[in-house]
Write a protein that binds this ligand. Structure first.
Ligand code: UFG
Length: 329
């Protein structure tokens, strides 16, 4: 897999090893952490766009399937540095897909995003709805989806694009979690505020056309997301057709509801202020995940906001205890 030193990738590495797979992680550690990679995985420090390095891994370790988690994921950064996003998420993915086809890889799983839909007209969002990204991040991922479709038609690569909604939480066993250097995600920021690492946090906009005026998202536990990857892998390696599917629970929570749930888990209020809207935030993103459920038999096991928040909080606490904490910026 690529990006196995990152948030979702490190969880997937543990889960696949638990399931008895051999795992090789290719990661350049530009945003990931070496210590996030399980000891039982082979680790190769390389850029996924480095065709020689990746070809050597595929040949040397007889790789049958690739999960491509590596990528740049910060939406506002993609607006400031669009070409970096196309270089990393689109061009490096192109190099990787080419290397995989030449290397005889049988199945390719791509980490796509709800950002490909832009600001949809209605929710829940199903896969037939138009893809109209409103930022370079979403566009860079959508281009890779298109490239995979064309490459698959021409060269027979079986692939799946999994469109993640808001991934959150951490491994309930405490082996992995979200360790990014610059926290931007709501639940991570709420955890850091709860633990006193930030003096306060802000709600970005309370004048959206939603019941309480704050944005609504579909938060999916990272462990359920990883289970979707495992089932997709089995499905593709079994000879099934390529597909594109949303990964979310189909339930929306507002920013205020997330903060209230955090306060309930903590048993005390959080220092919160109301700030202006953040650029590029769609009011509401909720997945229709019927296709994923039907196609690979996915059935979430951690669809519980309190558990998501508790697991995220436990991970953040473990970062403090172990001294691995990356200071908030
Ligand atoms: N938010 C706050 N305060 C904060 C941080 C976030 O109010 O301190 C709000 C945001 O404005 C947004 C919601 O909380 O309304 C969720 O924000 P996140 O940054 O946690 O997540 P996003 O929905 O912006 O991003 C996610 C994925 C992206 C993906 C995007 C699709 O992380 O990879 O959904 O729109 F592109």
């Amino acid at each position: 897999m690529t990006g196995g030193a990152g948030y979702v990738g490190s969880h997937a590495a543990f889960a696949l090893l638990d399931a008895g797979y051999r795992v090789v992680v290719v990661d350049d550690l530009s945003t990931g952490h070496r210590e996030a990679v399980p000891a039982d995985a082979v680790f190769v420090r390389a850029d996924v766009g480095d065709r020689n390095a990746v070809a050597e891994v595929l040949r040397g370790l007889d790789v049958s399937a690739v999960m491509h988690f590596a990528g740049s994921i910060v939406v506002p950064e993609s607006v400031e540095k669009p070409l970096d996003y196309y270089a990393n998420n689109t061009m490096n993915s192109m190099a990787l897909v080419r290397t995989c086809i030449e290397g005889g890889v049988k199945a390719f799983l791509f980490s796509s995003t709800a950002a490909v839909y832009g600001a949809p007209d209605r929710v829940p969002i199903d896969e037939t709805m138009p893809t109209k990204p409103v930022n370079p991040y979403g566009a860079s991922k959508l281009m890779t989806e298109r490239m995979l479709a064309d490459a698959s038609a021409a060269h027979g690569l079986r692939y799946a694009c999994l469109r993640y909604f808001n991934v959150a939480g951490a491994d309930p066993a405490g082996r992995a979690g979200q360790s990014s250097r610059v926290a931007t995600h709501l639940i991570k920021i709420a955890c850091q505020t709860a633990l006193g690492l930030r003096p306060r946090m802000s709600v970005f906009g309370d004048d959206y056309p939603t019941p309480d005026g704050t944005c609504i998202r579909d938060y999916i536990h990272v462990t359920d997301l990883v289970a979707a990857h495992e089932q997709t892998l089995t499905h593709l390696l079994g000879g099934a057709d390529s597909f594109i599917a949303n990964c979310g629970y189909g339930k929306g929570y507002s920013v205020k509801q997330i903060i209230e749930t955090m306060e309930k888990v903590l048993g005390r209020p959080l220092p919160v202020d109301i700030a202006g809207r953040r650029a590029g935030d769609p009011p509401e993103l909720v997945a229709d995940s019927t296709l994923l459920r039907k196609t690979v038999g996915w059935a979430p096991k951690h669809d519980d906001l309190e558990q998501i928040i508790r697991n995220a909080l436990d991970w953040e606490e473990s970062l403090i205890r172990s001294g691995r904490l990356v200071p908030a910026e």
